[in-house]
Structure formats: structure tokens, C-alpha cells
Write a protein that binds this ligand. Structure first.
Ligand code: AMP
Length: 527
């Protein structure tokens, strides 16, 4: 049996898995409890039994020591966790989420997937995501930027030239990205966002309105008792979120609060929500203005299309605000499923599945003869989001202290890309080893200043032999189509490949992956 081909949106608050069915439709695969979105929450019932999803979110709220949420915020960082006496990492927790997502799609476990990552994810975060998939036993076809997946879902990667603004407001994060689509090549021109701005903030504002009404209606002792009861407050938050969702299609919504003074019915109005969230909405506008400035600085002015993704973009005031700002009517289709659906299309595009070809041609995603997933009109060609290079000791610095980053592969280079150093060599005769440090551009524009870059890889080259001082060593940096890094070093006179022992900052290495794979593999996971 051939492996199931999936698109996975591994989100901060929610995850979604999609595929293309036999009739060529892009479909979301419901989880074990029949929902299209699965909270990215993990709860350890015991040392061997794990729950992922809605129940995990609820249990974790009551028993946070054994629950994990928002793990995506820690990808690519050192973030050790001990749960029920077992060591975990962001990769192993994400692997548990992936395992459960894949289990609902393909109970036999044989699956290949495109996984989406935020456009701002650097190499470390991307590598950590790929490691999570490995631990989950999942074959990753490619990591794709979320806004690019969204653009594929909206059918915007078809031939022609256009500039697209992607507005993505989820449960806990806001991201906005300017994409340039040129003959099917999608370039992330600029991206910006806020890692703690989303639907959860709206929920908090609405909860404050409900509590205010409650305080006005019931005796103060009863009110104090209510707000001191964490379980009651937790339940209220759930009801407030449901009421908020209703306010996206209705002018008002009622909820019943079980207070110590009895049941109280509270009415929430859409304009109350809008007034309470004015500053939050204004914050998204500011970020959009910032990203437009950045795009302009890169010579990309004028937006042709605006697409909205993320569950919170259903709030009607946001589309109205965007229209006012850009004078373009934003498109809003399946905002919480768009990224996974785009990823599923991309996965089938890579796999060259026949039904995708017909479907993609219908959507204008591929041209009739450009359907084999190779670069060509109508296909997606990823580019390197940030420049990468080597840390160099400046030999011209009189004090011998200055270090700088020599970028070998520049931002926006089409992937896969490969570059080899020239003029990089040993300093001492018979030098035993050379330290190799790879840095990635940290800011929005490339700079050789060390402070404007962050380290992604630190390694030691050995097996140099008895080379004289000043011997050339070639270091080749390869970046795969999904932004992942490989480094190879060679001594050019003999042609010998040198041994590089390196680790990527904040990411588990292959030995850890093996260990985590066997430990995660024995856990029972359910949704
Ligand atoms: P995401 O992270 O994209 O899954 O978005 C989840 C967020 O979207 C949560 O904060 C939800 O409360 C919010 N959300 C989902 N549906 C709606 C809706 N109809 N109106 C407003 N917010 C919504």
C-alpha cells in the first residue's frame, strides 16, 4: 500500500491535517473526536498514556504539571521538560501531537507529509520541527512556510505576477507576510508579527466584561467566591470563547453563569467586543504598516490581494479594518483550515499524484505542462528566508579580535542552494582541528556584524593531517528545499572529506532523536 500523503498545519494553539481525496477535493481529516482542528495540547495521564487535543487541553488546565500547551513557542530552543519523571523536549512533545494527527488520518501509520512552519522560523526552528517528525516516524516531504501554504489554498500561486498580503490571526499569535508571486515562484518579501496576540486576548477582554456585569448583579461575597474558584473561571472562559465565535455571525450572544448567587444570564454584544478590543485590532494594523514599510524598502510596493487565515480572522471588524487600510476586499475562506489545505495541495504536488494534477490545473496552480513538481511555471519554488554564512576571524583587524559573518548563501536564493567557501584555511602548521560556526541572519536585512546574526551550528573539523599553515579548507553549506542545513568540509589538494562534529543550537541531535524515538514510541497516545 502506498503511503498516505498529508498536509499538516502544526499550530501554536491548534493543528489541522488535510489531504486530497480520490475525487481531487482537498479535505480536512477529522480527529478522533470528529473535530477538524485539534488543540496542540498534550496531557500525560500516566508515564505511559498520553492524550492529545481537546481533552488534553481541559485536563492540562486543571493539572498543568502534567500538561503541555504552546510548545511551538519553544521550538529551536533549549527547553527541557520533566513530566511524570520522564525527560522531554519541544521536539518530543511536538512528535506526540504529530503522531496523534497522523493516527486519525492513517491508522496504519504509513504517511508522508508536508508540514508548515511560520515564515519567521529560522534554521534551528525548522530543524527542530523536522526532528519532531522523525521522532513521530513521519516522512517529511518538505517544510513549507504557512503564508505560502495559505496562498496555495487561495489559488494565488498560479502563473502571473502579484503581491499578496497574508493576515494570520490565530489563538495566540499574529503573523503578517508580504509574498511576491512571480511566474509561480513565491518569495517571502517581508514578515512581521506578534507572538502573544490572538484570540486568547479577545477572550480575556470578553471575560472581563462578563465579570464586570456579574459584579454589578450579585452580592460582593458571592462574586469573590466565584472569582476565587479556578474551575468555575475555567468553565466560564470556555463559554466566553463560544459566545465570541457566535458574535462573528450575530450581533449578540447570551451565556449563563453558574454563580454562588444562582444562575445569571449575561448578554454580550458585538460592538462591546469591538470596543473592548480596539487596541488589539490597532496593534495588528500597526504591524501591517510595519511589514508594508519593510516590503517597500525591498522595492515591493502595492498589494494586489489580501488573504485572511487563522480562526480569529473571522471577527468581522478585522476584515473591515483591512479594507479601510488597503482599499482591497480581503478574502476569507476556511481561515482555520487554509494552511493545512494548502500544505496538502503542496504535498500532492510534490508527490505528483494524478488527481492533484487535474485539480491544480483547474485552480490555475499548475500549467498543463508544468505538472511534475519541478520548478516551472505555476509551481512553488521556495527561497532561503535568511542569509547564512560562516563566522570569520578578521585577519585585517590589528587587535585580532574582530569577528564577522561572511554570508555564503544570500536571502531569497532559490532552494535547494549550495555554496563553497574560498580562501578559508588553517592558521598553524599541523593544526589538529578547525572550529566551524555557522550563523544565520537574525534581523530583517543581512549584516555581517556578529550581533545581527545568530548561531545555528557549532562544530569541530578534525582529521586534517599534517597540513602546513595557510592550507585551504573548503566548507560547503547546503540548504535543502525545506530550508534545512548540511555542512561538508574537504581538503582540496587530496580531495579528502574531513570529519565534522557539530551540533545545532537548541535542537536535539541524532543520538537524542534515536533515544526520544524509542521513548516516545512506547507511549500510548489517544485523542
Ligand atoms: P487558530 O489558532 O487559527 O486555530 O485560531 C484559533 C482561534 O480562533 C481561537 O482563539 C478561536 O477562539 C478563534 N476563533 C475560531 N472561530 C472563531 C470565530 N468564528 N470568531 C472569532 N474567533 C474565532
Amino acid at each position: 500500500m502506498s503511503a498516505t500523503i498529508l498536509g499538516i498545519d502544526l499550530g501554536t494553539t491548534n493543528s489541522v491535517v488535510a489531504t486530497v481525496d480520490d475525487s481531487g477535493e482537498v479535505v480536512v481529516i477529522p480527529n478522533a473526536v470528529g473535530e477538524e482542528t485539534t488543540p496542540s495540547a498534550v496531557y500525560f495521564e500516566s508515564g505511559s498514556d498520553v492524550i492529545v487535543g481537546d481533552e488534553a487541553k481541559r485536563l492540562g488546565a486543571i493539572d498543568p504539571e502534567n500538561g503541555v500547551i504552546l510548545i511551538k513557542r519553544h521550538m529551536g530552543t533549549e527547553f527541557p521538560l520533566v513530566i511524570r519523571g520522564q525527560d522531554h523536549t519541544p521536539e518530543s512533545i511536538s512528535a506526540l501531537i504529530l503522531r496523534q494527527l497522523v493516527a486519525s488520518a492513517e491508522p496504519q501509520g504509513e504517511a508522508r507529509a508536508v508540514i508548515t512552519v511560520p515564515a519567521y522560523f529560522g534554521m534551528r526552528e525548522r530543524e527542530a520541527t523536522a526532528q519532531a517528525a522523525r521522532i513521530a516516524g513521519l516522512d517529511v516531504m518538505e517544510l513549507v512556510d504557512e503564508p505560502v501554504a495559505a496562498a496555495i489554498h487561495y489559488g494565488l500561486t498560479k502563473p502571473g505576477t502579484r503581491t499578496v498580503l497574508v493576515y494570520d490571526l490565530g489563538g495566540g499569535t499574529f503573523d503578517t507576510t508580504v509574498l511576491k508571486v512571480e511566474h509561480g515562484h513565491v518569495t517571502v518579501v517581508a514578515t512581521d508579527g506578534h507572538s502573544k496576540l490572538g484570540g486568547a486576548d479577545v477572550d480575556e477582554r470578553l471575560q472581563a466584561i462578563v465579570l464586570q456585569q456579574l459584579e454589578d448583579l450579585i452580592p460582593s461575597d458571592d462574586y469573590e467566591e466565584f472569582v476565587d474558584d479556578e474551575a468555575k473561571l475555567g468553565a466560564l472562559m470556555g463559554d466566553v470563547e463560544s459566545a465570541k465565535r457566535q458574535l462573528s455571525s450575530r450581533e449578540e450572544s447570551k451565556l449563563v453563569v453558574h454563580s454562588p448567587a444562582g444562575r445569571i444570564t449575561v448578554t454580550l454584544k458585538r460592538d462591546e467586543l469591538e470596543d473592548a478590543c480596539l487596541d488589539l485590532f490597532a496593534a495588528t494594523t500597526e504591524i501591517i504598516e510595519r511589514v508594508l514599510e519593510k516590503a517597500k524598502a525591498k522595492g515591493v510596493g502595492g498589494i494586489d490581494e489580501v488573504i485572511m487565515v487563522g480562526g480569529s480572522s473571522r471577527i468581522p471588524a478585522l476584515a473591515t479594518g483591512l479594507h479601510k487600510l488597503l482599499n482591497i476586499t480581503p478574502r476569507l475562506v476556511d481561515p482555520d483550515l487554509a494552511v493545512a489545505k494548502g500544505a496538502a495541495l503542496r504535498a500532492h504536488q510534490i508527490a505528483g499524484t494524478s488527481q492533484l494534477v487535474a485539480l491544480a490545473q483547474n485552480r490555475g496552480l499548475l500549467t498543463a505542462n508544468g505538472s511534475n513538481g519541478s520548478s516551472g511555471p505555476g509551481t512553488v519554488t521556495p527561497v532561503l528566508p535568511r542569509a547564512v554564512g560562516l563566522l570569520i576571524d578578521d585577519s585585517h583587524d590589528p587587535e585580532g579580535k574582530r569577528q564577522f559573518v561572511a554570508h555564503l548563501i544570500h536571502a531569497n536564493t532559490e532552494l535547494p542552494a549550495e555554496e563553497t567557501t574560498k580562501g578559508f584555511g588553517t592558521i598553524l602548521p599541523k593544526q589538529e582541528s578547525v572550529r566551524i560556526q555557522i550563523y544565520e541572519q537574525a534581523g530583517s536585512s543581512p549584516s555581517e556584524e556578529l550581533a545581527h546574526n545568530h548561531r545555528v551550528l557549532d562544530g569541530e573539523l578534525t582529521g586534517l593531517g599534517e597540513l602546513p599553515a595557510g592550507s585551504v579548507i573548503e566548507v560547503t553549506i547546503k540548504v535543502a528545499i525545506d530550508g534545512r542545513l548540511t555542512v561538508i568540509a574537504r581538503e582540496p589538494i587530496s580531495g579528502r572529506e574531513l570529519t565534522l562534529e557539530a551540533f545545532m543550537e537548541g535542537v536535539v541531535d541524532s543520538a537524542d532523536v534515536e533515544d526520544l524515538t524509542s521513548r516516545v514510541g512506547v507511549l500510548t497516545v489517544r485523542g
